[in-house]
Design a protein around this ligand. Structure first.
Ligand SMILES: [Zn+2]
Length: 186
């Protein structure tokens, strides 16, 4: 259940990286993947990145990204735990420069109207069963709460920023997500 923009099944870690949605629209979902350092799972680095508390000296890669101001609404960790950083009715900073043909026309600035969900992963390692199950439950809750979100309006960072981004990558199994989703919706 989602109450006042927060999914009750997620652990809450509030990020300061959000602002108002210009039209109040919440009508799409963008799937991403992230691992910090790249290729390593576990630990608190992703939560630290999204709360502007990543230690730039903890890893050479962190020095490059520690100054970014980014966030997602949800992170789904390898064990299936969900962490929410930004309420869904606020604009999280996950998509960057982006463009999407949604069947009616081209839209830019996906952050304005989408929910951003990060899967902890490296794009090549298979995502875990527990992650698909949590993702399906989150998507079902989003569809119930925000009627403009439908499965046709689930997309990926790779699709909305094709020259810059490849996540969640070839390891992500859309067909398996659809199967989990039909169970979660029933
Ligand atoms: Zn991404």
């Amino acid at each position: 259940m989602i109450e006042q923009g927060w999914w009750q099944s997620a652990r809450r870690v509030a990020s300061p990286n959000h602002n108002a949605r210009p039209a109040g629209e919440v009508s799409a979902v963008v799937l991403h993947s992230i691992s910090l350092p790249p290729g390593e799972f576990g630990g608190e680095h992703i939560e630290r990145l999204f709360t502007n508390t990543l230690d730039p000296e903890a890893h050479p890669f962190f020095a490059e990204i520690a100054g970014l101001r980014v966030s997602a609404h949800l992170l789904i960790r390898r064990d299936g735990e969900a962490v929410q950083f930004v309420p869904f009715d606020r604009r999280a900073w996950h998509a960057g420069r982006s463009r999407w043909f949604d069947g009616r026309g081209w839209r830019g600035e996906l952050n304005d109207f989408s929910v951003g969900i990060e899967l902890e992963g490296d794009e090549v390692s298979p995502y875990r069963e527990a992650q698909y199950r949590t993702l399906a439950r989150a998507l079902a809750a989003l569809c119930r709460t925000y009627p403009e979100i439908t499965p046709r309006r689930f997309t990926s960072h790779a699709r909305i920023a094709p020259l810059r981004k490849t996540d969640p990558g070839p390891a992500f199994d859309w067909a398996y997500l659809r199967r989990c989703l039909s169970e979660a919706i029933m």
